[in-house]
Ligand binder design. Sequence first.
Ligand code: F6R
Length: 259
Amino acid sequence: MEVVIRQHEQQCGVTAADIVADAVRSGASTLGLATGSSPLSVYRELIRRHRKEGLSFAAAQAFLLDEYVGLPPSHPQSYAHVIRVEFTNHIDIDSGCVHSPNGVADDIFAAAAEYDALIASAGPVDVQLLGIGSNGHIGFNEPGSSLGSRTRVKTLTEQTRHDNARFFANIDEVPRHVITQGLGTICDAKHLVLIAAGGHKAEAIAAAVEGPLTASCPASVLQLHPHVTVVVDEAAASQLKNADFYRYALKHKPAQQKF
Ligand code: F6R
């Protein structure tokens, strides 16, 4: 696991965009996308590079991590809608190649299994972007999630519903259930890139990176993955005990070694 500490959120976005852009230019065609606030700086930078530098996503397909149960893709807070507004409508990816779980399927349990199978058949995902919840979730794998879990229906904690209420008119509108890629599904991706900014993420980042491997902090599963880059701003890094070493290692990174 490589931990990259940047001064500000916007610089985190540039670093994560460097990783995605390098992968795409080297032929990566399967991207894993997160929603929420954390990846917005990455998406802004990738859109800029698409417009100004000709970075093309025409050959790419994308898979979202999760979707709220009960929100159709036309709903402004459905992740299928959000990813289009924030990112994919502004680049040259084929809209039909932007996949997300079907949160309004008659059988949401079957829809979850179908989504997992779709990722498996199209994958592996080359680069998977991740945010982290203040309780250590990735995707919507809340504390207690099996470290080997596959895509399935999950219940959100009240903390996550409160954290996400800012996107809705009020807390009552935040769905209680989601379909989320499992931790095992996420870990099938070749390169995991977790982005976090702000002091409210510091505890979760410290637990994920330096705490014990435990289902109580689902993001700690990243410790088992062979290729993980954690990109954090100073505030999100503020509880990392080994922060000085991460800075030292980055400064002395062999010139030929990529992220
Ligand atoms: C969203 C997702 C979640 C978020 C996490 C952080 O697709 O999978 O794990 O990444 O809840 O959310 P923000 O970035 O809004 O703080």
